[in-house]
Design a protein. Structure first.
Length: 372
């Protein structure tokens, strides 16, 4: 069994920057967030990625950063860039606020050369829950004005019996929090987690998350924090959302998994900016094996949708061996037509379990996927 303490890790490889975690004792290494840049490359959180070297070469001078917040596990879960190439990274650490605060969430800011802004940022925050306190920042996005939106969840933020509740915060580029219009805490009697955040061209904020027992919710807010309850505030049963992306027309694509005939299957849905679901071309349920888990979705400038996830024993089934979980990457047009000629790709690494955790598309349509 692999053991060791987990620390967060940030690497920069040419046009590709990703963050994740690595066990200090030689255990599991995971890349959980991926950004692309250079020459107007597409970044899921907004803006180009900092730096710029020969594609595929690692920038070990300015990056390759490790952080160990305290005794316990630390993980970088999401990253985004602004239009000036500054990088924002969010995640969680153990007992960052006090010896009894359990998991606390943090956010850091770096310039394009990897210099950390410790004056205005390097924030460590605790939601204030008292019942098994757990606070995680799950997703971050930056708008064209440099405002930073962070979504996550904490323990009993709304009430003493609300289990886990989700929150969303807004900061300006200098780290000042907008507590007047934002700092939202929303929860039910179930365990509620915010898993994904996306921004459209008008600065509207979309947040997707999951409640207990396969229930997904999607909410939309304007830049001032006013919720659009007329068209959104959606609750979808039998669905676990893990990722969300916007296309250039303001359509929202969400990916995750739902219960299928045997176990879990990929589930991909698409909504217009007004919250109307395209059930004619989308609402896709992909069933390839016993266990199918859709992990991440990315959209290119033409509206093509790329989805990466894992499936059970995809590669080795024909040879009689078991690979447990393998990568699977699919491509669909904006109308939901699958490209089975060039895509529908499967990968099996050396170990038994292979999971893609993030994907992105650059300005030339190249697709990058990272995982473990």
């Amino acid at each position: 069994m692999k053991t060791g303490r987990v620390v967060c890790l940030i690497l920069f490889l040419g046009a590709v920057l990703f963050g994740g975690c690595q066990e200090g004792g030689g255990g599991n290494d995971s890349a959980v967030s991926l950004l692309l840049g250079l020459a107007g490359g597409i970044n899921p959180g907004g803006g180009p990625v900092p730096g710029g070297t020969t594609p595929g070469s690692e920038d070990t001078v300015h990056w390759n950063k490790y952080f160990d917040g305290n005794a316990g596990n630390d993980a970088a879960l999401s990253a985004a860039c602004d239009t000036d190439g500054n990088l924002y990274v969010v995640g969680f650490g153990t007992n960052l606020i006090s010896n009894m605060s359990s998991e606390d969430w943090w956010i850091k800011k770096f310039d394009a050369n990897g210099n950390e802004d410790t004056i205005h940022w390097n924030k460590k925050l605790h939601g204030g829950g008292t019942s098994f306190p757990k606070d995680r920042a799950q997703a971050v996005a930056v708008d064209s004005d440099g405002s930073v939106y962070v979504a996550g969840y904490g323990s009993s933020l709304v009430g003493t019996n609300t289990q886990e509740d989700w929150w969303i915060k807004k900061f300006d580029s200098d780290g000042n929090e907008d507590t007047t219009n934002w700092n939202k805490k929303i929860g039910t009697s179930l365990s509620d987690r915010a898993n994904a955040i996306a921004l459209d061209g008008d600065g509207n904020v979309y947040v997707a998350g999951t409640a207990d027992n396969f229930m997904v919710w999607i909410k939309k807010f304007d830049p001032d924090g006013n919720e659009d309850t007329a068209h959104w505030n959606k609750a979808i049963s039998d669905f676990l959302v893990s990722s969300m992306a916007m296309d250039q027309d303001g359509n929202v694509v969400v990916a995750g998994c739902g219960p299928g005939a045997a176990s879990y299957d990929w589930l991909i849905k698409k909504f217009s900016a007004d919250g109307v679901e395209d059930t004619a071309n989308w609402n896709k349920l992909v069933d390839t094996s016993i266990m199918d888990m859709s992990s991440y979705v990315a959209v290119d400038s033409s509206g093509n949708v790329f989805v990466a996830g894992s499936v059970y024993n995809l590669i080795s089934a024909a040879s009689g061996s078991e690979s447990i979980s393998d990568w699977l990457i699919k491509k669909y047009t904006s109308a939901g037509v699958e490209d089975t000629t060039n895509w529908n790709k499967g990968f099996d690494g050396v170990g038994n379990d292979d999971f893609p955790y993030s994907a992105a598309v650059d300005a030339k349509g190249n697709v990058f996927v990272v995982g473990a």
